[in-house]
Design a protein around this ligand. Structure first.
Ligand code: NI
Length: 134
């Protein structure tokens, strides 16, 4: 089993707010992330693909293919967007780092050969990251 990792980056705004809770409870629970006029993050994304080396090419996956896939389907889609207002994915889903990582994993899972495993690591800040691997 071998892994390759591609790092990417996008900037996006969001607001953490649960519509089923009162404004007070949202403010108390999410703190600054509940700011009603949104706030931004510089998201760093690491996508790790694992599996067996292809005997013929010597690659696990073509990194150019992988980087284009991530750019087109993830970064271009979310970069400079307000996740709550501008994207279908987060219309009814709170755009926490956890949920963003799961959404990204689901997008990539559709596009990458099923014999390869995928792990998504999303850094919301330098110190806070989440990982999802299905
Ligand atoms: Ni935030």
């Amino acid at each position: 089993m071998i892994s390759v990792t591609r790092k990417s980056h996008f900037n996006a705004a969001h607001r953490l707010h649960n519509n089923n809770w009162s404004d007070e409870k949202n403010h108390e629970f999410y703190g600054l992330c509940n700011n009603k006029n949104y706030h931004g993050h510089n998201y760093d994304l690491e996508v790790t693909v694992s599996g067996e080396i292809d005997k013929e090419s010597g690659y696990l996956i073509d990194m150019k293919y992988l980087s284009d896939l991530i750019d087109i389907n993830v970064c271009n889609k979310f970069d400079h967007k307000n996740l709550n207002l501008d994207t279908e994915e987060f219309k009814d889903l709170i755009p926490t780092a956890e949920n963003i990582a799961v959404v990204i994993w689901n997008i990539l899972r559709e596009k990458i050969d099923k014999k390869l495993n995928i792990k998504v690591k999303l850094f919301e800040t330098e110190r806070n990251s989440v990982e999802y691997s299905g």
